[in-house]
Design a protein around this ligand. Structure first.
Ligand code: FAD
Ligand code: 2HG
Ligand code: ZN
Length: 461
């Protein structure tokens, strides 16, 4: 402490001795209630951003490379070292700084776990504006650094809109305090946006201010089944039209995904077998109004035979089980052995054609070629599984898939980022001029290139 406050004179207090500790122990009735060791968590306030700053300044001076790490749930190899980079974990920076119920704004440190934040917000009738299958492990700092999408983007938009402020540390240790909680602030360039989605290559995010929507009073979930992808699109159109402001998720998965759930995770399909399954969720504040809308939607899609089968529930435990069928696909596929993962944005008319074309291309070399994802946002997850990694299979998928997506002016990474494994394909989704500008920004903000090297930007050219 004397170092922390070099100019401050200690008051005329007694020094803590064994005698005092004994007394506290007798007052509290147990030795374990008086801590005299491992006090770092108590002695360091939430301002331990100063430590991040000092670490980075030192690493920059010494030219030591650093990988910022959150919950390590990223799917593109961005959160782990490629060689011997130092891992800077944000795990201990896990404090909520403030929750303003009236404004619906939460400020918290980067290492807070997404699901825990959402649980805390429930006490204020608020919720996190994003929800991902990895919510039990991923950090808000990781979410911001990857600009994570997930199942609520359809309703609440991307983090580029709901993140109101960011505090970040640059490679040289300089703290950039853009931790505003204002909805409107057009003063100069919106610097915080640089840290959203830049995968730890421009700075380490240490705190975030985020706009949190009102928590809905009623949630209903329908699992629907249909035979063609055109039926999926017709249902989406109808859901948008009839459910409007209460539509909170619209997700799709194909029968191959359902089969993987059944075989690999022993999850039961509550419906008869169909080619496609859709999860439609509504959330609102007036039960009878919400139910009336959902029922009218279901009558339309079932009456016109767009949808052939379905179940609907408002019971939280059943909602969780049904969501599990969609959210556990990633986990289930890993049981096949090796999984090649693609996360693309495509015009809806071409969304599922890519999966069909890939199936034809790979034939029986693949165990499964599955398609699922956030169809309401045009985001397809195409996963190919096989018993083990094969360079031959890999070369049949790539660069074919990236060229396919580029031709349709889609994105080769809709929500997972480029990380290490996709950085060299950036040109398929960004113009050469845009990539040059990105490199210039990187040079400006991290001249020694110590932050997450080999990630996001192509390192071969
Ligand atoms: P990490 O994996 O630790 O890091 C990811 C990247 O961010 C790395 O480049 C890392 O260097 C950087 N980073 C992490 N923290 C910081 C920080 N504080 N400052 C600077 N850089 C940092 N993603 C989606 O978008 N939508 C989904 O629906 C979705 N579902 C998923 C479901 C499952 C089962 C799994 C395993 C993953 C899913 N993901 C999804 C991917 C992943 O969960 C997200 O990318 C998430 O945002 C990563 O957060 P994290 O804290 O785990 O970050
Ligand atoms: C999801 O939406 C995730 O389930 C993971 O983004 C997708 O594993 C994948 O490819
Ligand atoms: Zn996803």
């Amino acid at each position: 402490t004397s170092k922390k406050h070099a100019k401050l004179k200690r008051g005329n207090f007694a020094r803590l001795s064994g005698k005092h500790v004994d007394h506290f122990q007798s007052l509290l009735g147990s030795a374990s209630q008086v801590l005299t060791e491992d006090l770092d968590g108590y002695n360091t306030d939430w301002m331990n951003i100063m430590r991040v700053s000092k670490i980075l300044r030192y690493c920059n001076d010494q030219k030591l490379a650093v990988v910022p790490q959150g919950g390590n749930t990223g799917l593109v190899g961005g959160s782990v070292p490629v060689f011997d980079e130092i891992i800077l974990s944000l795990q201990l920076m896990d404090k909520v700084i403030s929750i303003d119920q009236m404004a619906g704004v939460m400020v918290c440190q980067a290492g807070c776990i997404l699901e825990k934040l959402d649980e805390q917000l429930a006490d204020y009738n608020l919720m996190m504006p994003l929800d991902l299958g990895s919510k039990g492990s991923c950090h808000i700092g990781g979410n911001v650094s990857t600009n994570a999408g997930g199942i609520r983007l359809l309703r609440y938009g991307s983090l580029h809109g709901s993140v109101l402020g960011v505090e970040a540390v640059k490679a040289d240790g300089e703290i950039i305090d853009c931790l505003s909680s204002l909805r409107k602030d057009n003063t100069g360039y919106d610097v915080k946006q640089l840290f959203i989605g830049s995968e730890g290559t421009l700075g380490v995010v240490t705190a975030v201010s985020i706009l949190c929507p009102q928590r809905p009073k009623n949630v209903s979930l329908a699992l629907l089944a249909c035979s063609t992808f055109d039926d999926v699109l017709s249902s989406l159109k109808e859901a948008r039209n009839q459910l409007q402001e209460i539509l909170s998720a619209f997700e799709v998965f194909d029968n191959d995904s359902m089969m993987s759930n059944q075989t690999n995770l022993k999850l039961m399909n509550p419906l008869k077998e169909h080619n496609f399954y859709i999860v439609v969720e509504t959330s609102g504040s007036n039960q009878s109004h919400d139910e009336e809308k959902l029922n009218a939607f279901l009558e339309t899609v079932m009456g016109s035979e767009i949808i052939n089968d379905g179940i609907i529930t408002t019971e939280p435990s059943k909602i969780r089980i049904l969501w599990g069928l969609r959210e556990k696909i990633t986990e289930g596929l890993l049981h096949d052995g090796y999984c090649y993962k693609y996360d693309v944005s495509l015009p809806l008319a071409h969304y599922y054609r890519l999966v069909e074309d890939m199936r034809v291309r790979l034939g029986d070399r693949a165990t499964r070629v599955v398609g699922y994802g956030h169809v309401g946002d045009g985001n397809l997850h195409l996963n190919v599984t096989a018993p083990a990694y094969s360079a031959e299979l890999h070369s049949l998928i790539e660069p074919f898939i990236y060229e396919y997506v580029a031709k349709l002016r889609g994105s080769i990474s809709a929500e997972h980022g480029l990380g290490f494994i996709k950085s060299k394909y950036i040109h398929h989704s960004k113009s050469p001029q845009a990539v040059v500008l990105m490199k210039q920004l990187k040079k400006l903000m991290d001249p020694n290139g110590i932050l997450n090297p080999y990630k996001t930007l192509p390192h071969t050219d």
